[in-house]
Design a protein around this ligand. Sequence first.
Ligand code: UD1
Length: 357
Amino acid sequence: MVAGARPQFVKLAPVFKALNASGHFLIKIVHTGQHYDHLLSGIFFSELNIPDPDYNLGVGSASQAVQIAEILLKLSPIIQAENPDLLIVFGDTNSTAAAALCAAIHKIPVTHIEAGLREFDKNIPEEINKLVTDSVSTLYFCPTNTGVQNLLKAGITEHVYHTGDVGMDLLFNLGQEFEASKDLLDRMGISAGNYIFATCHRAANTDNIENLTEILRAFAAAPRPVVFPVHPRTYKVMVQYNLLDAIPQCKLILTDPFGFTDTQILIKNAAMVLTDSGGVIKEAYFHQVPSIIIDKQTEWLEILEEGWSVIAGPSFENISRYLHNFEIPEHHGMSLGDGKASEKIAQLIYEYLQSGQ
Ligand code: UD1
């Protein structure tokens, strides 16, 4: 299994647990080192009981091209030495695409977990990663029917499975731990149901000062306090361009990133979520908290269709309008899975390997 960035550790944890519990597999974990700060990496390993990686490639931060190139260079000898029967990748980060490509080059079948999703814009780094990964994979585990349909439209028809989202497995299994932690809310000076949880880190928002300024102005003008854990990437830009000097901050609560459990507690007890993170959109949906997407698109169409999310884009006006007028849907279809995706995946991988294909 190869992972390197925060959202992948959250997907790796339940899949590792299911593969391990089945007793059929010898598992090795490679951390690419794309994320290295404790709050983006180590904290998830300890909180989610993921064993220490067998290898850490230590690639660190760099451009998409350099990161992918470095992972290829450093993973290649490991794949040659280990010669695995299968390599598993998650989601759509640079680590995903690089590891998938590397395994395919070495003729190792690639399993893509969170396959088939598309944002239909090649300016988005993650879209390139999705396309590369799906084009070299052998087994496709799709979180939604939209994922399956996208693959079929691309002519990918073999070994395509609709399993549900593995991120949901974790939420179902840890559900009771997310009850309001009064301590955490007290420490932040907020009360349940009376604040907004916000995140912002996608390149389209952080690498465009106009977009980021619109978003921060909308956060600051929100009708309730906004808890905003700041990704280091976003923080650097905010400091470099003095963006916080330009906006009133009385209701903005800026913090370091949170670990998994604290993030879930803060999402679950929020009145609303503002985000450009696909993971946070899904988690808000699971907790039945409405979310406003501060990006121009999302791959989670099922959540949009049910009305739990709306796309505002990086626009002060749209975000503010939705913050004041969001009709919370009466229906919740739990349409991202039943909490058993990882078990299904473990069984399907076993059957694939047994079939000797
Ligand atoms: C990456 C993924 C994105 C995912 C996100 C989750 C890609 C293209 N993007 O974006 O899909 O949603 O992870 O967080 O793979 N940095 C640190 N400490 C770290 C890691 C990064 O300070 O441990 C800073 C560096 O300045 C770095 C910047 O964050 O240049 C961006 O990191 P990078 O891994 O390139 O992308 P993310 O924005 O984290």
